[in-house]
Design a protein around this ligand. Structure first.
Ligand code: ZN
Ligand code: ZN
Length: 641
């Protein structure tokens, strides 16, 4: 028989050959790295027989999909180990997740796992891996499935509710068995447990069955699994780094912001230094928007329900909105979006093609309901300040506008040392509003923008919102974590719902295209991401104190004060700490505050008009002329390097 490889090349195989045979035929290296296969676009076990005409790709362990298979298989082994060690344990679901996996359990008598239990479970898992147990797929009828899992109420519920994701198709269920233990599962899995091993159990947490607070609280064990011990070690190191960089911790240490319980979760206050950084971010953003031809607008935080009835948000977005307030016979909401308000500004008068593209920009604070359980420092808050722009343009301007817009976005992000981009183009889903031809035109324009920016991108087929195709820009930070930051969306709903128009050169009325764009996404979240990216050591242009002058002794203070004066006179942010404490202690404190430049002045400096430069993370220089240092720092700040 003949199968086709992903690159389109054909491959002859004997009848009855499996994906594993194909991998071996291609090469030993591939066979070793293989964990599963994709056959005609569907994932399958390596042991699944192939058929003439199949298109087959081998999934290797070092890819996202391959790691999912490893993690999912390791989750099975986790549940198997728990069942071995805790007779009577009920197991619920255990999916792979980003960087790992989890499995939810209910222990007899409502018992909880302890940290010691995790060690015991991990040891049992290693024993199962050592036993090289094959993962065997079995297809059962619904009734056989119900019988097999009679003692497992969560599995019974899944079979009864029919969940193809979990292997319960309705009339048939699929099961993966290793040794005597089996799980309801769609697969695929690695061929045998010996293929696993680079894993670690991380923690236990509570989780409601089906995420429903009215259902039983289960015990969730989280773990991580990788293709090699090296990849696992790298991941654990990244976690340590991430903890060291945690913006919530840095926010307290650097006195930037906090979350007062009196105000409530997800609602931060920014302290003077945090407020200053925020202002610097915003000032820079405003400057760039001004240069790029944006108009600045401002809109209120509350609105009558009427606006969100017209926009349709009350129909499909109500769950993310805060409850209404009744005032003087009308219903008001805190706004979850700025868009409809910008539309009203567009609509405040009749628009001519000569005014387009019209680019409206605002730092608009919106309020979105987030469950308290998912709030996370500044990266998940309830009051979100979006750097929000809406661009109204004529259809023939769309492609050009998107192209320059995307380049604008990347330029601004690069200023923050974020240079490793990945983009995702999300296209028309099955249910959509608008005309297919318009969707095609907009999607082509988005694609053109991506190609003009030479940006690497993936196409998320059918994953656009029902009203808009979009580009999501992701960045990798200094420790390789991926953050979704900017979004560009072409909206097919709001222009119609609001009946937007412009008068064309032909004197006829036309409907403009509307682009939604958030660049930082939210100022709060971007602030948190930046703090972690820089590990709190912000570049000089964003640092609340750019230079700290330290006199060696009290009789150098007058000279130190004069240096502070010179720095401040040129607009730099400098301070001095008097010689009440030993110099070493003051230097350490400045380093903890992540001040970019510590300037030490002593006898020689007073005499020669110089200073000693102790830069953050750099070499100490002595006898630097004051004027030369001021120029150097100004240059660094002005260039935002
Ligand atoms: Zn499974
Ligand atoms: Zn919008």
């Amino acid at each position: 028989m003949k199968v086709t490889l992903p690159d389109g090349s054909p491959r002859d195989l004997p009848e009855g050959a499996t994906a594993a045979d194909l991998a071996t035929a291609i090469g030993r290296g591939l066979a070793k790295a293989a964990v599963a296969a994709t056959v005609n676009g569907k994932q399958a076990d390596l042991g699944a027989p192939l058929h003439d005409g199949d298109t087959v790709a081998i999934l290797t362990a070092n890819t996202d999909e391959g790691r999912y298979v490893l993690r999912h298989s390791t989750a099975h082994v986790l549940a198997q180990a728990v069942c071995d060690l805790f007779p009577g344990a009920k197991y619920a679901i255990g999916p792979p997740i980003e960087d790992g996996f989890y499995y939810d359990f209910e222990l007899p008598g409502g018992a909880h796992f302890s940290d010691d239990d995790l060690e015991r479970i991990e040891a049992r898992m290693r024993a199962i891996v050592g036993e090289n147990q094959p993962f065997i797929r079995e297809e059962l009828s619904r009734d056989e499935g119900l019988e097999r899992f009679a003692e497992q109420p969560f599995k019974v519920e899944i079979i009864q509710a029919v969940d193809p994701e979990e292997g319960a198709e309705g009339s048939a269920v699929s099961v993966y068995r290793n040794d005597g233990w089996a799980d309801l599962c769609r697969g695929p899995h690695v061929p045998s447990t010996s293929r696993l091993g680079s894993f670690k159990l991380m923690k236990v947490a509570g989780a409601y069955w089906r995420g429903d607070e009215h259902r039983p609280m289960l015990q969730r064990i989280y773990g991580t699994a990788w293709e090699s011990d090296k990849a696992l070690a790298d991941h654990l190191h990244r976690l340590e780094e991430a903890e060291r960089r945690d913006h919530r911790k840095l926010g307290l240490e650097l006195d930037l912001f906090h979350f007062p319980p009196e105000i409530g979760g997800g609602l931060p206050v920014f302290h003077p230094k945090g407020g200053l950084i925020r202002k610097l971010l915003e000032d820079y953003s405003r400057e760039e928007h001004e240069a790029a031809g944006y108009d600045f607008v401002w809109t209120p935080h509350l609105t009558k329900s009427t606006l969100f009835e017209i926009s349709g948000h009350l129909g499909w977005y109500a769950d993310s909105m805060y409850p209404p307030m009744e005032m003087e016979g009308a219903t008001y909401y805190p706004k979850p979006m700025n868009c409809p308000m910008h539309i009203l500004i567009y609509q405040s008068q009749s628009r001519s093609y000569r005014e387009l593209p019209m680019r409206l920009f605002e730092f608009g604070t919106v309020y979105r309901f987030e469950r308290s359980g998912v709030l996370h420092g500044l990266t998940r808050v309830r009051g979100i300040t979006q750097d929000d722009a809406h661009i109204f343009c004529a259809p023939d301007q769309l492609a050009g506008e998107l192209t320059s817009l995307l380049q604008f976005v990347l330029k601004v992000l690069r200023t923050f040392g974020l240079t490793d981009f990945e983009a995702e183009l999300a296209t028309r889903p099955e249910k959509f509003v608008g005309e297919p031809a318009e969707w095609d035109a907009a999607t082509a324009a988005l694609r053109e923008a991506l190609e003009a920016a030479a940006l690497e991108y993936k196409v998320a087929e059918g994953e656009g919102a029902f009203y808009a195709p979009k580009i999501d820009v992701h960045v990798r930070d200094a420790i390789g974590r991926r953050w979704q930051i900017s979004t560009l969306q072409v909206d097919f709903q709001l222009p119609n719902r609001f009946g937007l128009e412009f008068v064309g050169a032909d004197n006829a009325r036309h409907r403009p295209f509307m682009i939604h764009r958030a660049l930082f996404g939210s100022v709060e979240r971007f602030f948190g991401i930046l703090l972690e990216h820089y590990a709190g050591a912000l570049p000089a242009w964003l640092s609340p104190v750019q230079a700290r002058v330290l006199p060696v002794r009290a009789d150098h203070e007058l000279y130190a004060t004069s240096i502070v004066g010179r720095l401040r006179a040129t607009g730099l942010r400098a301070d001095m700490v008097e010689a009440d404490e030993p110099l070493g202690a003051r230097i350490r404190k400045a380093k903890l505050e992540k001040v970019p430049y510590v300037l030490v002045v002593g006898d020689d400096d007073v005499e020669a008009g110089t200073l000693g430069v102790n830069p953050r993370g750099g070499e100490i220089e002595r006898g630097v002329g004051v004027g030369a240092f001021v120029d150097r720092l100004r240059e660094e700040v002005e260039s935002r390097s």
